[in-house]
Design a protein around this ligand. Structure first.
Ligand code: ADP
Ligand code: MG
Length: 377
């Protein structure tokens, strides 16, 4: 009975995803900060529509350019408001879905603020784990759950473990020997976490490891991708049914174009690796969203590592972070173009309204049993 119920839920879910698509692109504009300078330099170049929260306008070189994403958060949007829009995505891991949340944008645009946040104002990472704990507790009467976390960094196309004893060791991505087609990373540490305190310890440890052997953590973190991988394994005690869901929280390397500043040597090499992996990510999301047969997962470590969490019935959220400052409009324009490119794919005869909105709630999923049965893709 339970198995049938889960299958039914999955079918309803797939149907809704077919209608709405399983890739969302959000924008978030950070407030003007002191670092933006003063006067004209720090002038605000981004404006919003009062009646459409999916649109923003950028004044670039005297021209107003408008963009439509799935949703746009203005500078005054709080961490809570942002999290509200992603929480259904987070909890779907408990039902066995794989989820990716990326923060994309130039250095200083607010990626780390959105993902990690501050002690007083935690971001998605912390809130997601807290929510998972409380949801899992609510189901404890029937289900056993285990939540574990891994943390990794990709720098110059090499992958390293941020929670292991050998943080400098390069890790490889391998195919599972069981023939399932799944990927895994031998040697990547996975910590079982039982409480919010455990998570904080894990976060601190990861930070320390990330900082070792680099002279400037800020600079280093802007040139590497940081991944927090949360695995939620469930066991239904009465039926023995098992589920595994993965939540991948990714603070991407800065998307700024470096070539212009005449970079050389290691800086140029870093920039080339970043460009390559960010455009590979864009290509993959575009291919998935437009339901192309071939998805070029293997063009970068990042997309290869996340292949299982990007394909199939997985869900992806790209949070494109931008600065509102006048002096950043060239980069802001590039980031918003990236955002538009990955989302501007016709999904067939689906009205725009049906495509928009937040992730479906469980009630919606269960209530949505519309009869059309066209296959995905
Ligand atoms: P990135 O990780 O993209 O390089 P950060 O997250 O470090 O950028 O943000 C740059 C600065 O702007 C930080 O001081 C951060 O605290 C601040 N900041 C970014 N977004 C917001 C926001 N939404 N509200 C308040 N401060 C923000
Ligand atoms: Mg950062």
């Amino acid at each position: 009975k339970y198995r049938r119920e889960l299958q039914l839920r999955k079918k309803c879910h797939n149907e809704l995803v077919r209608l709405k698509g399983n890739i969302r692109v959000f924008g978030r504009v950070r407030p003007i900060t002191k670092e933006d300078g003063e006067g004209a330099e720090a002038a605000n170049a981004v404006t919003f529509d009062a009646d459409d929260d999916a649109v923003l306008h950028l004044l670039h070189k005297g021209k107003l350019v408008s963009f439509e994403l799935d949703k746009v958060f203005p500078p005054q949007a709080s961490q809570e408001e942002v999290f509200q829009e992603v929480q259904a995505l987070v909890t779907s891991c408990i039902d066995g879905y794989n989820v990716c949340i990326f923060a994309y944008g130039q250095t200083g645009a607010g990626k780390t603020y959105t993902m990690e946040g501050t002690a007083a104002n935690p971001g998605i990472n912390q809130r997601a784990l807290q929510l998972l704990f409380s949801e899992v507790r609510g189901k404890a009467a029937d289900w056993d759950y285990a939540i574990s976390v891994s943390a990794a960094e990709i720098y110059n196309e090499s992958l390293r473990d941020l929670l292991g004893k050998e943080p400098q060791e390069k890790l490889e991505i391998k195919l599972c020997p069981d023939g399932s087609g799944q990927l895994y990373v031998p040697g990547l540490t996975e910590f079982r976490v039982q409480s919010v305190e455990d998570i904080n310890k894990v976060f601190e440890f990861g930070h320390v490891n990330r900082a070792t052997e680099c002279t400037n953590l800020n600079e280093h973190s802007s040139r590497s991708h940081a991944l927090l991988i949360v695995t939620v394994r469930g066991l239904d005690r009465s039926t023995g049914l098992r589920t595994t869901g993965k939540l991948n929280l990714v603070d991407l390397a800065g998307s700024e174009r470096v070539g212009r500043s005449g970079a050389e040597g290691s800086r140029l090499r870093e920039a080339q690796h970043i460009n390559k992996s960010l455009s590979a990510l864009g290509d993959v999301i575009y291919a998935l969203r437009s339901r192309q047969g071939h998805v070029p997962f293997r063009n970068s470590k990042l997309t290869y590592l996340l292949q299982d969490s990007l394909s199939g019935d997985s869900k992806t959220l790209m949070m494109v972070q931008v600065s509102p400052a006048e002096k950043n409009t060239s980069e802001t324009l590039c980031s918003l173009k990236f955002a538009e490119r990955v989302r501007s794919v016709e999904l067939g005869p689906v009205s725009r309204k049906a495509e928009l909105g937040s992730w479906p709630s469980q009630e919606q999923l269960e209530g949505d049993s519309s009869g059309t049965t066209a296959p995905l893709g």
